[in-house]
Design a protein. Structure first.
Length: 96
């Protein structure tokens, strides 16, 4: 299942923003080794959010644990969204 994790830097995250790419690498590694999830893409963004990750996870519990483990580090606040692909959307629409 795919999820989008939207992130905003905290004050701590802004103070140490020069380490953001190092933290991104550590996030990818943590996702795979500890939570059996995969960070498919990660982008720094303009607008309402500072960073966006697209994560493939086996279930909601795994992605929630990943997002909480990331937030505990104190550099970002997260919001997680379930992403529905076109095939899944067609299945949903077929039920209407």
């Amino acid at each position: 299942m795919l999820y989008v994790i939207l992130m905003n830097f905290t004050e701590q995250g802004v103070r140490t923003v020069k380490d953001t790419t190092k933290r991104a690498k550590a996030f990818r590694e943590m996702a795979e080794s500890q939570f059996k999830t995969k960070v498919k893409d990660l982008y720094w963004t303009l607008g309402a959010y500072d960073v966006m990750a697209i994560v493939d996870a086996p279930d909601e519990k795994s992605v929630i644990a990943l997002a909480l483990a990331l937030a505990v580090k104190g550099n970002v606040k997260t919001q997680t969204l379930r992403a529905i692909n076109e095939k899944e959307m067609k299945e949903i629409l077929a039920k209407i």
